[in-house]
Design a protein around this ligand. Structure first.
Ligand code: ARG
Length: 463
């Protein structure tokens, strides 16, 4: 056989494609990653064809045996992928014909590469979702463990990156755990829509042959065949949805990365990553950089880019299948590989950072973090909040002019701003006191945070 063998569609063609076209249109260089799913789909299809009397039992036997042998060859690294056979589907089908002869020619009965590729891809996504979910859970565990190591540590809370209110570090870390939980739930939701089988939709219109789509759907552990054959082969919303979920997760990780990079700076000095998760500089001997988390932030751009690629790819396509759709695979594979790497490295980073208690504590007096608690104090005395806001604003201005903290103001000083202030005001001032005053559901008060910790310890099976 020369390198330009007759294509599987050879009948109406007099010439083979040019080398340039062959190289440009092939997808085998990347869709060979779908070999397992492709073989599983073919086995389910052949089994259904046999049970419907469309092929004989012995033909089915030869096909299945051949497919299993091909899978073994691939896994042993002995299989030769051929660019002239274009994609994973034709490579496997043609290799099967080489291996078992005539029966293989019946495998493509009532099937098209259009429903085949969509089936392969959905099966691949089903596995990928599980892989990502387990990494999300591992990261949640790492964050909760990090929180447990730092019980009681108060850190400044920021809005606009300006000091806002005191918060417990545990509270902050659990915010990320919550975000990751929604990422997880999004994937769980997505799985329901993903779990429908395109196989048997054929090119776009279905077939007049007596196939049983429920049988193949069941065999491949889908919940049901897709109802509409045109929809089944034409849409890639299941890829878009997956990439959207990954993009959201990537953004969560990127923000955590940004926080850690910032907090590892000399200016903040709130965390010290261990050497095992840091890298140095080739020129500046003193440098120790939090590169993994910078790259988490950086790689989120790829994951977002992968989603945008899919959105733009699909937006102008007429029904039903178009070859453009071949371009769905690389962004999908890239997104999954990248997000898994990001989740793994973030968990490892979490295991290897120390919060610098002393440095953080030293920084807490700055920024009047207790000002809002002081306003709440006045509200409790019956002062309208807007008035309280104004009074505390004036008290802060006094502190700024004297370069002191709210708790350093004497009662006469405070009373000069508002007669509502009394001796008990000092129970509300200073970050430790301030933290104790938070009691609302979900707040940063020690009891509320302890409840949240308790919830996650149980939820993640850490107790
Ligand atoms: N390699 C193609 C893809 O990834 C498979 C489907 C090809 N179908 C076709 N009618 N040419 O989309």
């Amino acid at each position: 056989m020369d390198s330009k063998e007759v294509k599987l569609w050879g009948g109406r063609f007099e010439e083979s494609v040019t080398d340039v076209v062959e190289k440009f249109t092939e997808s085998i260089s990347f869709d060979k990653a779908l070999y397992k799913q492709d073989i599983l789909g073919s086995i389910a299809h052949a089994t259904m064809l046999a049970s419907q009397g469309l092929i004989t039992e012995s033909e089915r036997g030869a096909i299945v045996e051949g497919l299993v042998e091909i899978r073994n060859q691939i896994e042993r690294g002995e299989f030769v992928w051929r660019t002239d056979r274009e994609d994973v589907h034709m490579n496997i089908e043609a290799a099967l014909t080489d291996l078992v002869g005539e029966p293989a020619k019946k495998l493509h009965t009532a099937r098209s590469r259009n429903d085949q590729v969509s089936t392969d891809l959905r099966l691949w996504c089903k596995d990928a979702v599980v892989a990502i979910m387990s990494r999300i859970k591992n990261l949640q565990v790492a964050l909760v463990k990090l929180a447990l190591k730092n019980e009681g540590l108060i850190v400044p809370g920021y809005t606009h990156l300006q000091r806002a209110q005191p918060i417990l570090l545990q509270h902050l870390l659990l915010a990320y755990v919550e975000q990751l939980q929604r990422d997880l739930l999004r994937l769980i939701d997505y799985r329901v829509r993903l779990n429908h089988c395109p196989l048997g939709a054929c090119a776009l219109a279905g077939t007049g042959l007596p196939i049983d789509r429920i049988k193949t759907s069941d065999a491949l552990e889908f919940s049901h065949p897709l109802r509409n054959s045109i929809d089944a082969v034409s849409d890639r919303d299941f890829v878009i949805e997956f990439l959207s979920a990954n993009a959201i997760t990537a953004i969560h990780l990127s923000r955590l990365g940004e926080e850690w990079v910032l907090w590892a700076s000399e200016e903040f000095g709130f965390i010290t990553p261990s050497d095992s998760v840091s890298t140095g500089s080739s020129i500046m001997p003193q440098k120790k950089n939090p590169d993994p988390m910078e790259l988490v932030r950086g790689k989120s751009a790829r994951v977002i880019g992968d989603l945008v690629t899919l959105l733009v790819l699909c937006k102008g396509l007429p029904q039903a299948y178009n070859r453009d759709l071949q371009e769905d695979k690389e962004p999908l594979f890239d997104s999954v590989k990248t997000i898994i790497g990001m989740l793994e490295v973030t968990a490892e980073f979490a295991d290897n950072i120390t919060y610098n208690k002393e440095r953080i504590e030293k920084s807490l007096p700055a920024g009047h973090l207790d000002a809002t608690t002081l306003a709440d104090y006045l509200v409790k005395k019956g002062v309208p909040f807007r008035t309280a806001h104004d009074i505390v604003g004036k008290s802060v201005a006094l502190c700024v002019s004297r370069n002191c903290q709210l708790k350093d103001l004497s009662l006469p000083d405070l009373k000069a701003v508002s007669p509502e202030f009394e001796e008990d005001v000092y129970e509300f001032l200073g970050v430790e006191n301030s933290i104790k005053k938070f009691t609302s559901y979900g707040s940063t008060g020690s009891e509320c945070v302890a409840e949240q910790i308790h919830y996650w310890v149980r939820e993640l099976g850490l107790s």
